[in-house]
Design a protein around this ligand. Sequence first.
Ligand code: FE2
Length: 149
Amino acid sequence: MNISLNIAGALPLSSFVQPQYLIGMAKKLLFYRCPVCHSLVELIDNGGHSLTCCGQSMQLLTAKTEDQADEYHLPVLKHRSGLLYVEVGKKPHPQSEDHQITCIVLVTKQTIRRSDIKSNSPATTVFTDKDHGDVYVYCNVHGLFKVSF
Ligand SMILES: [Fe+2]
């Protein structure tokens, strides 16, 4: 796996810091997947350049906001005592090596928090609760899902 950002010439690191984030605009998080090795990349902002991995352009994932009839991908949220409990699906999702939820990501105006989920572990996590946000779930077979609150 060799992930790179294709840019013309070297830019200083400060070129990638978006000043609007410092004054409170909502964070924008993009998810890319390599079509060959299936590596997953979270990108805050790439300024319009393409990402490559394994010699090919990485695919921008679009989060699904509805589940199919199986109902085991959309995150189910419970706000309780200042905490946000996230459980993936109305039915338990398989958590084998070949088919699993690999991460749950909370994106709010101020923060991005990711909980990595191991195989053979339940697809659940707990974050500090927020007023508004997006919760993303990535399944290594079925892709990206999102619920907003
Ligand atoms: Fe799945």
